[in-house]
Design a protein around this ligand. Structure first.
Ligand code: SF4
Length: 177
């Protein structure tokens, strides 16, 4: 009996976990996602978190236009004079890509600030906090509510220059007063 042909099983693509190309669904100027900032929020697709009560299931799909340095530059140029912050909304499937894009914004568009909304409980180790001014952590749990709920499980942090994280979630609650 001859040796079985195992070419298919040897394919790296079969063994390795695929990292999807980062893509975005849309973008908008927002005023509430980051306190005191006029934020260009870019909604990234391919969300791997699949929170059971997700409010944006359309972001689970791997659709949209590629988000890379070129497309990001084009989007920021549209609004550069009006914004003070760029926030990447999602991208947990490729935290190294998020880190790369945040570093790019920092290097090319300072003093515009950088933010990342992650649906993970913990900060991904691939992300260098020196590239971010704000980071939001935590999945969406309907019973706990979003950041504006005082019962929320999510947290928004300001990243200080020494890497310390200051929890500023309470800023969403004060806005209701
Ligand atoms: S992280 Fe956001 S987009 Fe992703 S599943 Fe959770 S709520 Fe939905």
């Amino acid at each position: 009996m001859g040796t079985p042909d195992n070419k298919q099983g040897d394919r790296p693509a079969v063994r390795a976990r695929l990292v999807l190309t980062m893509k975005f669904y849309n973008y908008d100027i927002v005023f509430q996602e980051i306190p005191d900032e006029v934020t260009l929020a870019i909604n990234i697709t391919g969300c791997p978190n699949h929170c059971p009560e997700c409010h944006s299931r359309f972001l689970w799909n791997d659709v949209g236009e590629e988000l890379n340095e070129n497309s990001l530059t084009a989007i920021i140029h549209e609004y550069q004079s009006a914004i003070t912050c760029v926030c990447l909304m999602g991208g947990d499937q490729d935290p190294a890509g998020i880190d790369r894009l945040a570093a790019f914004i920092r290097s090319q568009f300072a003093p515009i600030k950088t933010g990342w909304y992650s649906g993970r409980q913990q900060l991904a180790p691939e992300v260098d906090l020196s590239h971010l001014d704000f980071v939001k952590l935590g999945p969406y749990i309907a019973d706990r509510g979003p950041l504006k709920s005082e019962n929320t499980n999510q947290h928004l942090y300001r990243v200080h220059p020494d890497g310390q994280l200051e929890d500023i979630t309470f800023r969403f609650w004060r806005k209701k007063l």
